[in-house]
Design a protein around this ligand. Structure first.
Ligand code: ZN
Length: 255
């Protein structure tokens, strides 16, 4: 089942994607379940929004693919390398990624995003999947020059518009056989299999929930494969996870 959040007739609503239409839900399915209103809206009549606005945090995993760690000259971590993005960095499909004037090297990172559905604290890996609401596509946009010069990553990873999410949440996704593909202006730049993650999702949920309480609507970005690179104003960055969808955003410079 694919869940979208959308704007239609000046209202923000949730729906289940079904054959080019949205079956409108009565509320946020994470809290209100899957009760429908009986309405159907053509997909072409709505603006899709980020399918989730994280209530408290976006937890990200750095260097979770060996080839990506190597391309930036880093060792593969022996425990997950965790950082946070603020929820104010989230934008939806079709929104502009704004390149800030503080950076000369703004880069894409195509990633699988895990959407948490239940309060999770000290969850063992064996039970971790019970806490997952579904999966969506993310771009962990990064000011690479500031990541290096700041040391701490909060600013480099946390500018407004630096967390595109969408286009929908797939609740029944098979991670083991999945992959993420990133295209710059239609040309493939990244392709990575989720089976190549250094730390898998159950282990990440155990590790992260041992530190932070995860709340419904929190999001985990699971790391990017090799092939990161810079984009400029006017470029189209597309991150695709087959089975979930294509997250497409155009970049512009700050006004
Ligand atoms: Zn990343």
């Amino acid at each position: 089942m694919k869940i979208a959040r959308f704007s239609h007739n000046d209202a923000i609503r949730y729906g289940i994607l079904d054959d080019g239409e949205l079956v409108v839900l009565a509320g946020d399915p994470m809290f209100a379940g899957f009760e429908t209103t009986g309405e159907r809206v053509p997909l072409g009549d709505v603006a899709l929004l980020a399918p989730v606005i994280p209530r408290s945090k976006i937890v990200c995993v750095g260097r979770n693919y060996r080839a990506h760690a190597a391309e930036l000259g880093n060792d593969v971590p022996t425990t997950p390398l965790i950082f946070l993005k603020p929820n104010t960095s989230v934008i939806g499909p079709g929104d502009a990624i704004v390149r800030p004037p503080q950076s000369q090297d703004t880069q894409w990172e195509g990633e699988l995003a895990v959407v948490i559905g239940r309060i999770a604290k000290n969850v063992p890996a064996a039970n971790a999947m019970e806490y997952v609401f579904g999966y969506t596509v993310a771009n962990d946009v990064t000011a690479r020059d500031l990541q290096n010069s700041d040391g701490q990553w909060a600013r480099a990873k946390g500018f407004d518009t630096f967390c595109p999410l969408g286009p929908a949440i797939e609740t029944e996704f098979d991670v083991a056989s999945g992959e993420v593909i990133t295209r710059l202006n239609g040309e493939e730049r990244q392709r990575g299999a989720f089976a190549d993650m250094v730390f898998d999702i159950p282990f990440l949920i155990e590790y992260i929930s041992a530190a932070f309480t995860l709340l419904p609507g929190d999001v985990i970005l699971t790391g990017t494969p090799e092939g990161v690179g810079p984009f400029r104003a006017g470029d189209t960055v597309e991150v695709e996870v087959p089975g979930i969808g294509i997250l497409r955003n155009v970049a512009r410079d700050a006004a």
